[in-house]
Design a protein around this ligand. Structure first.
Ligand code: FES
Length: 282
């Protein structure tokens, strides 16, 4: 028997915001019934303020999946899209006073459904299936978990063991045939991470080195993604670990510019160069 908090039990027995929204502005889906958990999240967004005015969910899953979905909808109502996009799976678990470690995958499912719903809104409202389930090599066939999803869970939650990956993604939790492969994915990630750490911190590079590395990372990892939506970005200035950029094209003046800077440009540069980097738009 799992040791649930009173808040988890309350949100399971009295889930808030169950159902669907008529003419939603965004719909995100994650999981599938065959794998035991599925969540469909509907959001309504005030386009003038980019604020989520309503959120509802339909969940197939265990009590903690229902409680996590209920908590998520309560957490995001009233938030701007940028604020909602910053919600982590750990914050969903914290909202509920914690989840048993074996049930952390329920909070991950909520975060991924939210990301898909926000993407759906930005793309016009058609339902979006979480892309980590759609793209990449499937490592765990029992639960359809991709290498990308394992890496994301490991990075976001500092997971180091196969058991922890199972708790956060379910991968490895059935037949176990994928467990050696999950370990190999973790080994590759942490070996690469230690190689990055051996590099000099960004703040200690010369200005010429910084400019070179930032422009290289922008060209390789950021600009192609923005170009796909008719936008781009250029480097304007660097001060210490603060990188100032200017959004161009369709990204310039976009209502979601703050979201793009924080959740795409800054995220990519931190991954590629140094976690201490911050990015500002000018
Ligand atoms: S393939 Fe991963 S548990 Fe069966």
């Amino acid at each position: 028997m799992w040791d649930y908090t009173d808040k988890v039990i309350d949100h399971f027995k009295n889930p808030r915001n169950v159902g669907s929204i008529d003419k939603p502005d965004g719909v995100g889906q994650v999981g599938n019934i065959i794998c035991g958990d599925a969540l469909k999240l509907f959001i309504k967004v005030d386009s003038a303020t980019s604020r989520i005015t309503d959120a509802k969910f339909q969940t197939f899953g265990c009590g903690s999946a229902i409680a996590s979905s209920s908590a998520l909808t309560e957490m995001i109502k009233g938030k701007t899209l940028a604020e909602a996009a910053a919600v982590t799976n750990q914050q969903i678990a914290d909202f509920l006073g914690g989840l048993p470690k074996e049930k952390m995958h329920c909070s991950v499912m909520g975060m991924e459904a939210l990301e898909a719903a926000i993407k759906s809104y930005k793309e016009g409202g058609a339902p979006v299936v979480n892309e980590l389930e759609e793209e990449g090599r499937v490592v765990c066939k029992c639960f359809g978990v991709t290498e990308e999803k394992i890496l994301r869970a490991a990075k976001d939650n500092h997971l180091r063991t196969v058991e922890e990956i199972t708790n956060f993604t379910k991968a490895g939790g059935a037949c176990g045939a994928c467990r050696a492969d999950i370990q190999a994915v973790l080994d590759r990630h942490y070996n690469a991470a230690s190689a990055v750490q051996e590099k000099a911190p960004f703040a200690r590079l010369t200005m010429v080195q910084k400019i070179h590395r930032v422009e290289e990372a922008l060209a390789r990892d950021v600009i192609p993604g923005l170009n796909a939506d008719g936008g781009s970005v250029e480097l304007v200035d660097i001060e210490g670990s603060v990188i100032r950029v200017r959004l161009l094209g369709m990204c310039s003046g976009c209502a979601n510019a703050g979201f793009t800077i924080e959740n795409f440009v800054e995220k990519k540069l931190r991954e590629q160069l140094d976690p201490a980097i911050s990015v500002e738009s000018v």
